[in-house]
Design a protein around this ligand. Structure first.
Ligand code: AMP
Ligand code: MG
Length: 322
């Protein structure tokens, strides 16, 4: 069921059920992080590999400390600027966090999401919510309650509808496990913004679980696609590929350029003003929409390699893995 009733969401979560929740990044598939059976359902419903850990969400930093977590100084500096917001911190775990949440590792990822409905929900719970994106593992993340309902509506009891996600891309993940903080995934807070607050960090995307799947498959042949559309997606200059496909069955996702080679209804310009935040906000909804159309291929431009463009390129690159 889709609705905006916080009491219904609370009641389901307290009973160990799953609830989809809105955040500013993407919709999450949430369970009581302290209840291993509830968390196990997240992995089952998403068909998520057990070695890919989950982010836990709460409404303020002091609650993390109450749950025995030590918050590094540089994390606190960043949190003063970006929490609540699209930044996830990886820190040493405490005993109250079940192993299933961290996939057996000694580190936990924590985030304070910036969405009024979900902050209200979190403030009324006496446990954090473990929540990955509310999509089958490997597919594009959902940015509306309807996206969640289309794919998972039949298997989860409640979807809390908080409207369209404002950021539209997953959170940035930064690890504090080593001496110098390390960026594990590009996302809603940019590398430039982080370095303005705490100075140089190590930029090493490819170290979080998502990338373990793409870059280091457990066994040969298990190379998994991520954020993947069902249609073939090519992440490159579209002009180099038009001659290889039937133009009447080719879609283009571009930043601001118009491509007259393909029919107008197959052209998706993410921000005619050239605004990366607007492009990020629209990206996943457009990928889902194109996937419902009768096309053979999606040609997606390379976005400027700066600010949110890095996260957009990361998602498109992983969608293009065959
Ligand atoms: P999702 O919410 O679907 O984007 O998935 C959560 C992301 O956080 C995945 O990329 C996980 O690999 C990453 N993550 C969660 N916990 C940890 C952790 N302890 N260390 C590193 N990455 C993590
Ligand atoms: Mg995900």
């Amino acid at each position: 069921m889709v609705g905006a009733n916080i009491q219904a969401a609370i009641s389901h979560l307290q009973q160990g059920h799953l609830v989809a929740i809105p955040t500013e990044t993407v919709y999450g598939l949430a369970a009581n992080a302290f209840n291993p059976e509830a968390v196990a359902q997240i992995f089952a419903v998403k068909n998520r590999p057990a070695f890919n850990p989950l982010i836990i969400h709460t409404n303020n930093l002091s609650r993390l400390q109450e749950w025995g977590l030590n918050l590094p100084e540089k994390m606190l500096q960043l949190a003063a600027h970006f929490s609540p917001g699209p930044l996830t911190y990886v820190i040493p775990k405490s005993d109250v966090i079940p192993d299933i949440v961290t996939a057996g590792t000694q580190a936990v990822a924590v985030r304070i999401p910036n969405h009024p409905l979900t902050l209200d929900l979190l403030s009324k719970l006496d446990f954090p919510l473990a929540a990955p994106s509310a999509n089958p593992s490997g597919y594009v993340s959902p940015t509306t309650a309807q996206h969640v309902n289309q794919q998972l509506g039949h298997v989860i009891p409640y979807i809390l509808d908080g409207g369209a996600c404002e950021v539209g891309l997953e959170s940035t993940i930064i690890s504090f496990l080593d001496h110098t903080p390390t960026l594990l995934r590009h996302g809603g807070v940019t590398l430039e913004q982080i370095e303005q607050v705490i100075g140089k960090i190590i930029d090493k995307p490819g170290q979080s679980g998502d990338d373990i799947l793409t870059d280091n498959p457990v066994a040969p042949g298990q190379l998994a696609k991520h954020y993947a559309t069902k249609h073939l997606l090519i992440h490159d200059d579209p002009a180099l590929h038009f001659n290889k496909f039937n133009p009447l069955k080719t879609a283009v996702i571009s930043f601001k350029t118009i491509y007259t080679q393909v029919p107008p209804q197959f052209q998706f310009i993410l921000s005619s003003k050239g605004n990366l935040a607007e492009a990020a906000q629209k990206l996943f909804a457009v990928m889902r929409l194109v996937d419902t159309m009768e096309v053979d291929v999606i040609l997606a431009e390379k976005f400027p390699d700066e600010g949110l463009g890095k996260a957009i390129n990361d998602r498109l690159k992983r969608a293009s893995v065959i």
